[in-house]
Ligand binder design. Structure first.
Ligand code: B3K
Ligand code: ZN
Length: 880
């Protein structure tokens, strides 16, 4: 977060990067955690940076305007106020020696910190969040990632209230002091940027496990949380152990401290943070127990624990030179965690989930006013760039390198990258150079992915000549203009192609089932000889590049691919395309007032999949899940929210009518497999198919299926099944049953804040009319807390992002509501406020009337005067 601004805040450009004028070799911190405030003493060893050309430069230390400076001393000499410049951005010191020490004493007020950046209190505990620029809210510092320092940190606090005192690195000293206080000193030998600094002080319980690294280092692993959550930590610990082993086996990366600590906190702006040796997690991403946690959340815990752990190398040992390079650590680490999740679970399902997220949310970001390259050229507030583009598209870009180079060369490249840059702050170019050096390939064109925003579009046509038995495929690529980039250069990307013969088998290509084509030109053609009959192409297998693909598949071809493609991802893809084409056609019919009917081909395809006993249950559920309203919106030029909702609902009901027996049988046989809950892939798949079948049955709106849901709810021994039943009943239109069940659920789980958040979400995402009024009422509920980000996400964000038909209500009430929330949140937590603007910034896609309503709300926000830089940047760019 940055200062409240009234005038236009400053834009920062990548091209203006300069090395720091000074280096800080060593940072010693002392935190006196007191009841009313915290006193921070920072002792810094500074020297001029030999790489800087500014030999007599001033020293500038970032410092938030709310920091109270108590004293400043250079080499032990106290400075008077006239000896330095102190403004609301920081401190400037002049006439300095080449080497000196600086002691800075500041006072901060963690209890007043609602922005949740820097040091704050979450419930009864102190914790920190310093990425990206939160350290400057703790003390004055060169708060930029290319200043890496060795830290020694001492915490001193009341021993009864805060028996646990943690920081980065290894514990080197601890003991009691006067007046019931105690202290702990931590030493982190690995130089790190300030954004990786962390401390925790609280009354916490923990579990512990040993880990022996591949070279025999003994590490003590601990996961800490509030004592009431002690029984919910085992899964995070298992996930951590699996991640550590996996990173050794797959990337050769070993852990490097004697301890690894994870702490769960309830107030957190995002999922988790990879602070060196002391990861801090949002409770929602670390706590797991069968009774309170759904399968989706179990998988999220495993993935996020892995992600933060993997940052120990991709991010911490090798970090970013500046924040424009964010995707260097985030894109690579998301790629690593998705490889890990694919290895631990079903790789096809993981790929489907990743692509679903990318295509629904990242593509829409890339098509909107905030579109930016994965290495942006400028920003106002870096917090606004922790985006799906930097993370998910960034991971796709790394994935393409993996595909182009092959797994072995990619591993050699990553080894070289880590070896060459260990302990350094580097750029995405350095990453590409390592990949280039090991492979001998010219990756200069590939770098366009780092510099150009927007989703490329591939238009594919093909032809087959029976006489010459030649099959040709023609591919053109283009990329729409985005803000500040009207012309785009062609991208270098892998294009995986399979060709199916009439029996559905793969035709041999390049000695295998799939040919890896490389696209580099605006337009390219590829020929395949000895193709005996006209093939059905399986395009971009595994979604080999993050692009939109246009090819005129017939429904028959899609049905053929659904039943035969050897690439699981493309079987799913064909099912999505078939369903999306049908639903969007129905939207057109609704618009023209034509009678609706469902083409039998979707029913036939669904029946075949549902009754195919050879298919993996997880795949069946994925294939039979209709494209979401959000994805259908993404495919529409002008989004007709209400008719998309209607058409999709119509298809669901028709499918349920036609396949009622099959769904019922699938449901009942899944219910018969009564095993104790476990979050393994086969068990998750069983529950997914069971609950998907139940959801189709509930679409029939029959009392008997309501009973089935109520029975499942009553008998469930796990949150996945009880939450699925609750959501189905709550959204069913059986109003009395819905209210009774929601009431019962709350009674049962009122003491578990994460479960109550799910209860809020279920209600906020109800597509029925009147949901906004209920959301507004729920904001008065005693379990709601407007300064807890998890609560805001579960109610406000769920309504605005998971409930399109209500959010985009014709009267514009959803937009007014969201603008009100943004304005009020901006005062306490600008980062969170800015994240909520997304649904308003896509106004261009919603037709003239809605566009005008949304723009009015955006203007109302902009005109309100005192905005944070966070909100200012997104709103002003959205209106531009
Ligand atoms: N690196 C953090 C995100 C920090 C967000 C700061 N606004 C978590 C992660 O990506 O692993
Ligand atoms: Zn990350």
């Amino acid at each position: 977060m940055s200062l409240q601004v009234t005038s236009q805040p400053k834009v920062i450009y990548l091209k203006d990067y300069q090395v720091p004028a000074f280096l800080i070799d060593h940072t010693q911190l002392h935190f006196e955690l007191l009841a009313d405030y915290t006193q921070v003493t920072a002792t810094l060893s500074l020297c001029r940076n030999p790489e800087s050309t500014q030999k007599n430069a001033d020293l500038f230390l970032h410092g938030d305007k709310d920091l109270t400076l108590l004293s400043l001393a250079v080499d032990g000499e106290l400075l008077t106020a006239s000896a330095y410049l102190h403004d609301d951005k920081g401190l400037t010191l002049s006439d300095l020696d080449d080497k000196f020490s600086l002691e800075i004493i500041t006072k901060i007020y963690p209890d007043e910190n609602t922005a949740l950046e820097g040091l704050y209190r979450s419930g009864g505990m102190y914790c920190t969040q310093c990425e990206a620029e939160g350290f400057r809210r703790i003390t004055f510092f060169q708060d930029r990632p290319d200043v890496m320092s060795v830290y020694d940190t001492t915490l001193s606090a009341d021993k009864t209230l805060y028996p646990i005192l943690l920081s980065n690195g290894n514990l080197v000293d601890s003991g009691d002091s006067a007046e019931g206080r105690h202290f702990a000193t931590w030493h982190d030998p690995h130089p790190k940027p300030a954004y990786l600094f962390a401390l925790v002080a609280g009354d916490l319980a923990n579990i512990e496990a040993p880990f022996t690294t591949m070279s025999g280092r003994e590490v003590s692993l601990k996961v800490f949380a509030d004592a009431k959550d002690l029984d919910k930590l085992d899964y995070a610990m298992q996930s951590l152990i699996k991640s550590m082993r996996w990173d050794e086996e797959v990337y050769g990366r070993e852990y490097d401290l004697d301890v690894f600590n994870i702490v769960a906190v309830d107030f957190f702006n995002m999922g988790a943070m990879e602070n060196k040796g002391l990861n801090i997690f949002n409770t929602s991403c670390v706590l797991a127990h069968p009774e309170t946690t759904t399968d989706a959340s179990y998988q999220r815990v495993e993935a996020i624990v892995a992600h933060e752990y993997f940052h120990n190398w991709s991010g911490n040992r090798v970090t970013c030179r500046d924040w424009f390079q964010l995707s260097l650590k985030e894109g690579f680490t998301v790629f690593r965690d998705s490889q890990f999740s694919a290895d631990m679970n079903s790789s096809t399902v993981k790929r489907i989930e990743d692509v679903r997220l990318l295509r629904t949310a990242q593509f829409s970001e890339d098509a909107g006013p905030m579109a930016h390259a994965i290495r942006p050229a400028s920003f106002i507030e870096i917090s606004n760039f922790y985006t799906l583009t930097v993370y998910e598209k960034g991971a796709e870009v790394v994935r393409m390198l993996h595909t182009l180079l092959g797994a072995d060369k990619f591993r050699e490249g990553s080894d070289l990258y880590f070896e060459r840059h260990d302990g350094q702050a580097v750029t995405t170019d350095d990453f590409i150079s390592a990949m280039q050096d090991v492979s001998g390939r010219d990756l200069s064109q590939f770098k366009n992915w780092y510099n150009q925003a927007g989703t490329p579009v591939l238009k594919v046509t093909d032809e087959y000549d029976e006489i010459s038995q030649c099959y040709q495929i023609h591919i053109t690529q283009s990329c729409p203009a985005t803000a500040g980039q009207s012309e785009k250069l062609p991208f270098h990307m892998p294009f995986s192609l399979g060709l199916l013969d009439a029996s559905g088998s793969d035709i041999e290509l390049d000695g295998g089932t799939t040919s890896l084509l490389e696209l580099t030109q605006p337009s390219q053609s590829f020929s395949f000889n000895h193709i005996k009959t006209k093939p059905v192409p399986s395009l971009m297998r595994g979604f080999s590049a993050p692009v939109k693909l246009e090819y005129a598949y017939s429904p028959e071809q899609l049905m053929f691919l659904i039943s035969h493609d050897s690439d699981g991802f493309n079987r799913w893809e064909a099912s999505q395309k078939l369903a999306a084409d049908i639903i969007l056609d129905l939207v057109k019919r609704l618009q023209s007032g034509t009678q609706l009917s469902l083409d039998s081909c979707l029913i036939d395809a669904y029946r075949a999949v549902l009754t195919d006993k050879s298919l993996d249950k997880a795949m069946i559920s994925q294939v039979l899940t209709l494209p979401s309203e959000q994805y259908l919106a993404q495919l529409s030029e002008v989004v007709d929210v209400a008719n998309i909702h209607k058409a999709r609902k119509f298809v669901r009901v028709e499918l349920a009518v036609a396949l009622e027996n099959e769904f019922l049988e699938t449901y009942q046989s899944a219910r018969l497999i009564a095993t104790k809950y476990d979050p393994s892939a086969p068990s998750i798949a069983k529950r997914a198919l069971q609950n998907l079948s139940l959801s189709y049955l509930m679409a029939l709106h029959q009392e008997s299926y309501l009973e089935l849901s109520l029975t499942q709810y009553r008998e469930a021994d796990n949150m996945t099944d009880s939450m699925a039943a609750l959501a189905l009943v709550a959204h069913s239109g059986f109003e009395q049953a819905a209210q009774t069940l929601l009431g019962d659920f709350y009674q049962k789980w009122q003491d578990d804040t994460l479960v109550v958040n799910q209860w809020f979400s279920v209600q906020a995402s109800d597509p029925k009319e009147g949901t906004l009024a209920r959301v507004v009422k729920l904001m008065e509920h005693s379990a709601y807390d407007a300064v807890n980000p998890n609560k805001v996400r579960s109610l406000v964000a769920s309504f605005c992002m998971q409930n399109p038909v209500n959010f985009h209500a014709e009267d514009g009430s959803g937009y007014v509501f969201l603008a009100d929330q943004i304005l009020s949140l901006d005062k306490s937590n600008p980062q969170l406020a800015a994240r909520l603007i997304g649904p308003l910034s896509k106004w261009k896609s919603y037709g003239d009337a809605r566009a005008q309503q949304i723009r009015e709300q955006l203007s109302r926000i902009l005109d309100s005067g005192k905005l944070s830089a966070d909100v200012y940047e997104v709103v002003s760019k959205s209106l531009a």
